[in-house]
Design a protein around this ligand. Structure first.
Ligand SMILES: Nc1ncnc2c1ncn2[C@@H]1O[C@H](COP(=O)(O)OP(=O)(O)OP(=O)(O)O)[C@@H](O)[C@H]1O
Length: 264
């Protein structure tokens, strides 16, 4: 484990096929992926659909158990979510792609956030301070206090994603895993949410693992980038180096395809 890593993923392998299919040569969804993330860093994992990005993210948050490999958080190996300590579960939070689907539409924002404190009382504010703490969280994600009493169903996609982020922050995480967290939003709302995440990272000292297929998003948010192709990592570089001097032929193809799209 490198001294400065908050998260270290080593030789991760995930295969969804049966043993017989594996013997017949069906490929691993994730095939020997290794990377590390510093406590103050945003690492983007980028790659086309089906390259294995979401599966890596699900392993990190403990929703998917890998067949092989080790995930270390703060120096200690961590297993699936059911085997993690409450402190680790709390420290690693996920923001999902579809903000509306990840919130219960019938619940008010106040209940959505309060629920996390009932599950993790160690970080709940004292007694009557819940309302004030909820207002503060909403302000941190750029929402008015009045949003607390609205149901998730009544909010826009961008507002829902801000609430999802507030819900994650209510648990005082150290690592935020964002899985295509802006893909379902309009481009202008995407930029607002990416700026919000960058600000929160700086203000709260968060590490962010950002899964995306979109190089435009990578450019806006990432310090470093890991490029996934067919289950493996083909290249890891700083964002500047990756855009200026892509090393792997697949990365070059991804960049060219993105430029074609921009020019179209
Ligand atoms: N629960 C599952 N059961 C079976 N196969 C799965 C499962 N989850 C993912 N896969 C397969 O694993 C491979 C990697 O999928 P994954 O979702 O991790 O890729 P991705 O890069 O995130 O793509 P996308 O952006 O389309 O979600 C794909 O071939 C996918 O079909």
């Amino acid at each position: 484990m490198s001294a400065s890593a908050l998260l270290e993923v080593s030789d991760l392998v995930v295969n969804f096929h049966s043993r017989r299919e594996r013997r017949a040569g069906k490929p691993n969804a994730v095939d020997g992926v290794s990377f590390a993330l510093r406590p103050d860093e945003t690492l983007a994992i980028v790659g086309e659909s089906g390259s294995g990005k979401t599966t890596v993210a699900r392993c990190v948050v403990g929703l998917q158990a890998p067949q092989e490999g080790v995930i270390r958080y703060d120096g200690a190996a961590i297993g699936p979510v059911s085997k993690r300590s409450p402190a680790t579960r709390r420290a690693i939070q996920m923001v999902f792609q579809d903000p509306a689907a990840s919130l219960n539409p019938r619940m008010t924002v106040r209940s959505i956030i309060s629920e996390t404190w009932r599950t993790h009382p160690s970080v709940a504010p004292d007694g009557r301070a819940w309302d004030a703490a909820i207002e503060e969280l909403l302000a941190d994600v750029g929402l008015d206090p009045g949003v607390a009493d609205r149901r998730a169903a009544a909010l826009s996609g961008g507002q829902c994603q801000r609430v999802s982020i507030a819900r994650a922050l209510s648990l005082r995480p150290r690592l935020l895993v964002c899985d295509e967290a802006v893909s379902a939003l309009d481009v202008s709302v995407q930029s607002q949410i990416l700026r919000l995440l960058a600000g929160l990272r700086a203000a709260r000292g968060l590490a962010i693992l950002f899964i995306t297929h979109d190089l435009g998003v990578v450019r806006q948010i990432a310090d470093r980038v890991a490029v996934m192709h067919r289950g493996g990592l083909v290249e890891t570089a700083t964002a500047d180096d990756l855009f200026d001097r892509p090393g792997h032929p697949y990365t070059k193809k991804l960049l060219e395809a993105a430029l074609d799209l921009e020019g179209a």
